[in-house]
Design a protein around this ligand. Sequence first.
Ligand code: NAD
Length: 261
Amino acid sequence: MSLAGKSAVVTGSTSGIGLGIARALAGAGADIMLNGFGEPSAIDKLRSEMAREFGVRIGFCDANVARANDISRLIDATIKEFGRVDILVNNAGIQYTASIEKFPVDRWDAIIAINLSSNFHAIRAALPKMREHNWGRIINIASTHGLVASTDKAAYVAAKHGVIGLTKVVALETATSGITCNAICPGWVLTPLVEEQIKGRAACEKISVDTAKAELLSEKQPSHEFATPAQIGALTAFLCSEEAAQIRGAALPVDGGWTAQ
Ligand code: NAD
């Protein structure tokens, strides 16, 4: 498969799953607009290393996807740098855990803005550009928590269920075009977002980080293994291929069997 000549925006791609996706798309030949937080020097280094490794152009935009105006700036920056936006991966996301009575209102608002509304704003801005070429791929990184719930994750579960609903609507509205929209639903992937939850669990239960990791997996993920950013990246790249042109409006789990239970 070759994505040579295509350009991709991946939100939240300075770490974790987003970086795995950016690397997979760059590996298939796409130019990449990175986005996310991080030290400017570390991001510069990442850009030059990826450009050298994959022989593609790697841009960066520091848009905060909690803000609609910043998301317009991200899509504009991609058009300015690469002349087009063919692939949009809505990946940036945050987590906060607390029971609903104790859930801080500002954390609810932030999670809905970053994990759900950002997908709407980015799709709204990018879709007209994809329609110009009658080709596009929109991939929203949802979660198993878009399909099933867990305690203490009211905002995250609500946002991720919303992402899957949004994915289906966009898939229907683009169904007769060369543009597809799908969601990927990872189970546990060992990234900074999950490492925070593991550390929290270890501290709360006064157990080692390794025990907390094993407990986390055995509780939800029948394979007892983490999925990897590279695996999520490979599926994203496949969804960008011509072979995947009739996969539309799907929510695809990569979860070691979590949602088969
Ligand atoms: P991560 O914390 O490793 O990476 C998050 C990325 O998003 C970083 O690049 C960060 O800088 C960026 N980001 C955060 N807030 C942002 C903002 N306001 N504007 C722009 N960028 C922002 O997390 P991750 O585990 O790689 O998660 C990526 C996505 O995958 C999220 O949507 C998450 O909900 C989803 N997901 C993760 C897991 C998992 O187990 N790690 C499981 C299911 C779904």
